[in-house]
Design a protein around this ligand. Structure first.
Ligand code: PSU
Ligand code: MN
Length: 341
């Protein structure tokens, strides 16, 4: 009886799988109002590997000229793994998926004095930016939305926004968490950093039904961005890109509509010891409170302060492991494409 049941289950699974593959071979319907690069379009239609990249890390995270060098390096890394890079952002009100070299340069160059600054674009900001012809960097939330509309399922970046310390008073919870709960894109990152309340951040992701898995043996904890161990147990672990791809594939097949978070601990050579980075973070958080920084300005403020306090060490670390995350993201995208073609 059991054998019969599992045979039936298996055959219906295979049937669903072939339906899935058939539907993937139809071309994706790209919304008219999003400028999707030709190469990205072709790759999405062929279910070839594509990796989305965010642009808030370029406009508000990493200072010029390091941001531009990083943007080019990330594209090269993705290509060297056999995938197509697609940096996402808004340029003069136009959502762009797969920024050209000129567009990357535009997004990375600080605005000249007096010019409008780039805004930081999450879900609430997209329609405004489009309506007003505004340019800006998309956060993880904003990037997930546009990646999904363009048919891209893998997105790699540095670190996730989360529940801020003191959120019980301020209710400051990053839109990234909400988006992970409602948009089926896999985000590859070094977790969220200890500028946040990490316990609350991962509780929130659990409530929202987000799959969280950390690279490493079973039992390896979630990383904390600059440091390898947040002290928080990872609900799941993954060891190979194929394992991660299998979970993304199942999430698609079941049409769960929720996002997935694949954490990659920073390689030891780029990690900063917890005690060292924690004291810099504490100092930065105190400075933010004193200066009464609020809302979407908090994350950029803290990143900049930590950079100053660590005398640039946080930047070297950040750039190093972002590249590592992006390589892992590309490997996952390649494994996902292989699995489904
Ligand atoms: N964490 C970082 N670097 C970053 C960000 C977060 O270490 O650049 C950016 C990401 O784009 C993320 C956003 O989506 O900040 C979260 O901002 P907020 O906390 O305002 O939601
Ligand atoms: Mn916030």
């Amino acid at each position: 009886m059991l054998g019969r049941f599992s045979r039936r289950a298996a055959s219906s699974f295979t049937h669903r799988l072939s339906l899935f593959n058939a539907s993937r071979s139809l071309s994706h319907s790209f919304p008219d109002h999003i400028a999707v690069d030709e190469e990205v379009r072709a790759a999405v239609n062929a279910n070839a590997p594509v990796v989305a990249l965010e642009s808030t890390i370029l406009t508000h995270g990493i200072p010029f000229p390091h941001n531009l060098a990083l943007a080019h390096d990330l594209n090269k890394i993705i290509r060297s793994e056999g995938a197509v890079p697609a940096t996402i952002g808004l340029i003069k009100g136009r959502p762009v998926v797969g920024a050209s070299d000129d567009e990357l340069e535009y997004l990375c160059t600080p605005p000249i004095a007096g010019a409008d600054k780039f805004i930081k674009i999450s879900r609430r900001d997209i329609a405004y930016a489009v309506a007003h012809g505004v340019s800006g960097g998309t956060t993880i939330a904003g990037t997930m939305i546009l990646a999904h509309l363009a048919g891209i399922r893998v997105f790699a970046t540095g670190g996730l926004g989360g529940v801020h310390r003191g959120a019980e008073q301020t209710l400051d919870v990053s839109a990234d968490l909400e988006e992970l709960g409602r948009t089926p894109v896999a985000v590859v990152s070094a977790g969220a950093k200890a500028i946040l309340d990490l316990e609350k951040t991962f509780e929130y992701l659990e409530t929202k039904g987000v799959h969280v898995s950390t690279l490493g043996e079973k039992g390896v904890n979630i990383p904390a961005f600059y440091s390898r161990d947040s002290g928080i147990k990872s609900p799941f672990n993954w060891s190979t890109p194929e394992e991660a791809a299998a979970v993304i594939h199942a999430n698609t097949l079941l049409q769960l509509q929720s996002g997935l978070l694949f954490c990659v601990p920073p390689p030891p050579e780029y990690a900063i010891p917890t005690a060292e980075i924690d004291s810099a973070i504490d100092e930065a958080v105190i400075a933010a409170n004193e200066a009464q920084i609020k809302g979407k300005d908090i994350t950029p403020f803290l990143l900049d302060r930590i950079l100053q306090i660590t005398d640039g060490k946080s930047l070297t670390s950040n750039v190093g492991f972002v590249k590592n995350n992006i390589r892992m993201g590309a490997k996952i995208a390649v494994a996902l494409s292989k699995r489904e073609n």
